[in-house]
Design a protein around this ligand. Sequence first.
Ligand code: URQ
Ligand code: ZN
Ligand code: ZN
Length: 484
Amino acid sequence: MSVLIRGGTVANADRSFRADVLCEDGKITAIGENLEAPAGAEIVDAGGCYVMPGGIDPHTHMELPFMGTVASEDFFSGTTAAACGGTTMIIDFVIPDPQENLIEAYKKWRGWSEKAATDYSFHVAITWWDDTVHRDMGILTREHGVNSFKHFMAYKNAIMAEDETLVNSFNRARDLGAICTVHAENGELVFHLQQEILNRGITGPEGHPLSRPPEVEGEAANRAIRIAQVLDVPVYIVHNSCKEALEAITRARLEGQRVFGEVLAGHLLIDDEVYRNPDWEFAAAHVMSPPFRPKEHQEALWRGLQSGNLQTTATDHCCFCAPQKAMGKDNFTQIPNGTGGVEDRMGVLWHHGVNTGRLTVNEFVAVTSANAARIFNIYPQKGSVSVGADADVVVWDPELSRTISKDTHHQNVDFNIFEGMTVKGANTVTLSQGEIVYKEGDVRTVKGKGRYIDRPCFAPYYDALSIRREREAPRPVARSEAAE
Ligand code: URQ
Ligand code: ZN
Ligand code: ZN
């Protein structure tokens, strides 16, 4: 199977240039002017369009069992919706229950994800600790291509990792050459505030943001960053929603600490007014954590992307339909947390990022694809239009407008947080592994075609702490010097 993409402008994170792109047997095999089409090749006219690396969404939860139900999007429908919007790879999460064996949980999720239409990988959450978790983290890195471990500092009495677990897991991750990722909200404070708010008789979705103010996120982000600093391990804060978390990341990065930050398309564009909407279903549909914030946080987050203090964009695609959200009809703390967006991320970021001048085309590629590939160590296999890379490619028409709606999206959920938003700039063609999976409205995904992508660990084993102790230990005074 070969596809020749003709007449476009290749846009990578580092530069843009006019070239044709030839995809053969799943790989990009040639990039250059006036390429010859092999016999039988499908020709894609990319005139006036950009040819970019397929989007990578580093934060999704397809068919996640959570809060007494299961997310409505599965790995086939979710990767199909992603491809329809220009995203060709997701990094999802294995989330073991406390006391659940990590390897068994990993194999369970691998079973669910076999139906994926495009490529995928998994962060593995550390939700409890004992010697078997220490052992299994090593097995996951050495034998299953896992190089990132997730930690939920929220969700007390469920999957919350206490500080002891954070310290043990961060320490282990460093020795394995893995990166730690964190959902940064202080779960104890959230739990306390939830009880307080319920006791005041507030049971509706408007109580959700009241129970998780920005300070609760800022404290946890800073705590995770400080723990990572002491243990000398890289840390990646997921779904930063507020200035307080961004400030913690910015301070640490300015001090040279290896800290990365992710922002969701939703948090860049939607504010907390949604929770005060009189329509209960509308407000509940927006219940996710961290919550959507007051407007001033959005401009700060955009500046975080522009300044490079936030490196990736994601969606945290975790869908629950109205009947599921209604589980919290009488108590907002029981509304399943999560919203969608995997199909819309690229379009809304182009429209509100590139069309407004906040981001260049190359910066758009960086924050929607290349940076996630670099941070999670799959670049340039992913995140780059270059010879030898996987042929996950998007033909992007900057003049193509579309209006987002639950009535037309491919996501398996009855709500769209970007409902009615018209965006200018969209993918006309999406290729995954060198095959066209979406073309001008024609969906060509195949269930099970997606592959699990191994992500190798980073620096070879080393004990960073002992190296640092060596560096900082007082230098033994040579005997001759002592005599002076
Ligand atoms: O916390 C997460 O990232 C998962 C459980 C999705 N739900 C959410 O509200 N963000
Ligand atoms: Zn989270
Ligand atoms: Zn999440």
